[in-house]
Design a protein around this ligand. Structure first.
Ligand code: ACM
Ligand code: ZN
Length: 609
C-alpha cells in the first residue's frame, strides 16, 4: 500500500470514530468494558495522530500486585488532558488496555476516560477450518490482528479433516504430498464423487495447500505477540480421509478411499498419532492440544476382526467403547508430555477425563451443561448459534451456507452459562428454532458455572470457498462473539451493541475487510395479547428504518413507517410485509409473515439442505 493510501485510510478511520458522535457522546467500545466513565475533553500531543502514536505515549505499569484489582488479564486505563496511564498485573492486561485506548482515539485526540476492565471468561476463541477450503497464512495473520484488537485469546486451528491435511509433518511426508491437494475445489462436487480423490500439488486442476513448519512458527509467534494462544486440532479417530490416501494401513480395511476413521485396534495408529502429536507439540506451545473426537461413524469398526478382538480383550460390549478407548490413550499420551487434551463434545462420554481436559460444546448447549455439572471444563460454541458458516440472513437469498439461521442478534442473545431453567430454555429455543419450556430444560448448577471456561465463534469452510467470502461470513458477527467472550453479562445490551457494532462495522471495512453489510430483512417478533397480537419489527442495521404493509403489497418508500409496536387484530389472518429503507430506498429483503391475531410467532427461517 502506498503512503498516500495508508494516510487516506487512516483519515477515514479517524472520521468514522469522531463522526460517531460529539464530545458528550459515549465512544463505541467493543467489547464493552466492565466499568467506564467518560469525561469532557481529549488528550492530545504534538505530532501524535494514530492509535499507535498514542499507545507509545501511554505510561504503562505492569505489576503483579495489580492482580487484586484487575485479575490476570484486566487493566485500568486513565486518560486525562495531561496524559494516558495504563496499569495491569500482566503484559496481557496492558495489551488489552492499549486495545481499548486505540478505540478512544479520534481526530480530536484521545477521549478522557477512566476505565476498569477485566474479561468475563479466561477462554475467548475463534476457530478456523482450513481443511475444507484452504486459506493463506496472510489471511490467518489478518484474523489474528483482529482477534487481538477485540481481546480474543485463543485461536483454534482446525488443521486436518476430510478435505485436506494442512500441516507439514516430517515423519509422514505423504500427508502433504498426497493429502493436501484434491482434484476439485468445489466442495459439493468433490464430496459427491464416488471416491473423493486427492492428487499431487502439480497435477492439473489441483486445489489445496498446507502450512510449512516455518509458516506455523510464524503464525504462532505472531499470535503470541497479540497474547493469543494457538490450539492445533489434529482429528482422531474420524474426519481422516486425507490421511488414508497416503497411509491406508491405518484404517480397518486398508483402503485409500471411503473410510474416514482410524482403526482403534491397530497399534500402528497409536504410533502414528504419537509421532504426529510430538511434531505438533514441538511447534505449538499451547497447553491444550485438540484431538477432534467428533462424528466417528464406527460402521467399519463393527466389521473389523482386529476391533472385535480388542473389544473381547477389553471386555467391551459396544463398538462405541472403541472411541472412548482411543480418546483415553490420546489423553494419556498428551498428559505424559505435560499437555492437556481437548476434544469436541463427544469426549464427555469418556468417564476418565483428566481435570485439565476441555470439551468443546457444539451440538447445542446440552453437552456443555452436562460437562459443567460433571466438573469437566467446557467451551461453548453451539453450532446452531455460534458457527459463522450458518446463514446470517434469509437462507433463500444468501450465498450457500450451512443449514440454518444465525443472525448477529441470535449470537448476541445466547447465554453461555445458563444457570436457571429459564436461561437454558431461552438458549434451547434458539438451538431448536421453536419454543422450549423451562420445565423441560436442564441447566448448569450455579456452583458449577466456573466450568464454562469460555465461548468460541467457529468457522467451518465447506461453503466458504475463498477469503473474500470467509470475511463476509465472519464479520461483523465476530464482534458479537467478542462481546460475549469478554463483557460481563450486566454490560450486555443488544440495543446499545447494535449501534456500537455499526460503528465498528465501518471501521472493519476501512481496514479492508469484506464485511457483511446488514442488508437483511427486519426481524419480526409477534406476541399474543388476548385476541390480538403485538408486532415488533427491527432491522439489524440501525441506519435503516422499517416500512411495512398489512395488505399483502410490497413495502415502498411511502409505506407506513415502523416506530413502535403495532397491534394486529380482527378475525382474518393478516399478511405483514416489512423491509428496511435507507435514504428512501429499499435496503434489503422483504420479510413476510401471515399472522392470525391472538397468536405468537417467531419467524425463524427454514433449515436448508
Ligand atoms: C463439528 O462441527 N463437527 C465439530
Ligand atoms: Zn478396526
Amino acid at each position: 500500500m502506498t503512503m498516500e493510501k495508508t494516510m487516506s485510510l487512516f483519515a477515514g478511520l479517524l472520521c468514522l470514530l469522531s463522526c460517531a458522535g460529539t464530545e458528550t457522546d459515549i465512544p463505541s467500545l467493543i467489547p464493552a468494558p466492565s466499568e467506564a466513565e467518560f469525561h469532557k475533553g481529549y488528550y492530545t500531543s504534538d505530532g501524535a495522530v494514530s492509535p499507535d502514536d498514542y499507545c507509545s505515549l501511554a505510561e504503562i505499569t505492569v505489576d503483579s500486585v495489580m492482580s487484586g484489582n484487575t485479575g490476570e488479564e484486566g487493566y485500568e486505563l486513565e486518560v486525562t488532558r495531561r496524559g494516558i496511564r495504563i496499569s495491569a498485573a500482566t503484559e496481557a492486561g496492558a495489551f488489552y488496555g492499549k486495545q481499548t485506548l486505540r478505540q478512544l482515539v479520534s481526530d480530536k485526540g484521545v477521549r478522557c476516560a477512566v476505565i476498569h476492565d477485566s474479561p468475563r471468561f479466561p477462554y475467548r476463541g475463534i476457530h478456523l477450518d482450513v481443511s475444507r477450503h484452504f486459506f493463506s497464512k496472510e489471511e490467518v495473520l489478518k484474523i489474528l490482528d483482529e482477534m487481538g484488537r477485540y481481546k480474543f485469546n485463543n485461536f483454534h486451528f482446525h488443521l486436518t479433516d476430510n478435505g485436506g491435511w494442512r500441516i507439514q509433518i516430517d515423519r509422514y511426508p505423504l500427508l502433504t504430498e498426497l493429502g493436501a491437494y484434491r482434484v476439485m475445489k468445489d466442495w459439493d462436487g468433490w464430496w459427491e464423487m464416488d471416491s473423493r480423490l486427492f492428487c499431487r500439488q502439480d497435477d492439473p486442476g489441483a486445489y489445496g495447500g498446507f502450512f510449512t513448519k516455518d509458516d506455523i512458527r510464524e503464525i504462532v509467534a505472531y499470535a503470541a505477540e497479540r497474547h493469543i494462544n494457538v490450539i492445533p486440532e489434529i482429528e482422531f479417530p474420524a474426519h481422516s480421509d486425507a490421511v488414508f490416501v497416503g497411509y491406508p494401513h491405518l484404517n480397518c480395511t486398508g483402503t485409500r478411499y471411503g473410510n474416514g476413521e482410524f482403526c482403534p485396534a491397530n497399534e500402528q495408529v497409536y504410533e502414528f498419532a504419537e509421532n504426529v502429536l510430538l511434531e505438533v507439540m514441538e511447534l505449538f506451545p499451547s497447553e491444550v492440544i485438540h484431538i477432534g473426537g467428533d462424528e466417528a461413524r464406527k460402521h467399519a469398526w463393527g466389521k473389523c476382526p482386529a476391533c472385535a478382538e480388542l473389544m473381547r480383550r477389553e471386555g467391551m460390549t459396544d463398538v462405541s467403547e472403541l472411541q472412548c478407548y482411543m480418546i483415553s490413550r490420546l489423553q494419556k499420551f498428551l498428559n505424559s508430555h505435560g499437555r492437556a487434551m481437548a476434544g469436541w463434545d463427544q469426549i464427555i462420554v469418556n468417564d476418565d477425563l483428566d481435570s485439565r481436559s476441555v470439551s468443546y460444546t457444539y451440538r447445542g448447549q446440552r453437552g456443555g451443561i452436562i460437562a459443567a455439572n460433571r466438573g469437566v471444563k467446557t467451551v461453548m460454541t453451539p453450532g446452531e448459534i455460534l458457527y459463522f458458516d450458518w446463514y446470517q440472513a434469509d437462507p433463500r437469498q444468501e450465498p450457500k451456507a450451512m443449514y440454518g439461521y444465525s443472525p448477529m442478534k441470535k449470537m448476541y442473545a445466547f447465554d453461555p452459562v445458563p444457570v436457571t431453567p429459564e436461561a437454558a430454555a431461552a438458549n434451547e429455543s434458539m438451538v431448536q428454532g421453536k419454543y422450549v419450556s423451562p420445565d423441560t430444560s436442564i441447566f448448569i448448577r450455579p456452583e458449577m458455572a466456573g466450568y464454562v471456561i469460555g465461548v468460541q465463534g467457529s468457522t467451518w469452510a465447506e461453503y466458504i470457498p475463498d477469503e473474500q467470502h470467509l470475511e463476509y461470513m465472519m464479520f461483523p458477527r465476530f464482534l458479537a462473539v467478542a462481546e460475549q467472550a469478554w463483557s460481563s453479562p450486566d454490560r450486555k445490551d443488544w440495543q446499545d451493541f447494535r449501534y456500537r457494532m455499526n460503528v465498528h462495522r465501518h471501521i472493519l471495512e476501512a481496514r479492508g475487510w469484506n464485511v457483511y453489510d446488514l442488508h437483511n430483512a427486519p426481524e419480526m417478533e409477534i406476541r399474543a395479547s388476548g385476541d390480538r397480537s403485538i408486532m415488533e419489527l427491527e432491522p439489524e442495521n440501525p441506519e435503516a428504518e422499517v416500512r411495512y404493509t398489512l395488505d399483502g403489497s410490497d413495502p415502498v418508500a411511502g409505506s407506513a413507517l415502523y416506530s413502535s409496536p403495532v397491534m394486529l387484530s380482527g378475525d382474518a389472518p393478516v399478511t405483514v410485509k416489512a423491509a428496511p429503507f435507507i435514504g428512501g430506498r429499499r435496503a434489503g429483503y422483504i420479510r413476510e409473515l401471515t399472522v392470525t391475531p391472538g397468536e405468537s410467532y417467531r419467524d425463524y427461517y427454514p433449515y436448508m439442505d
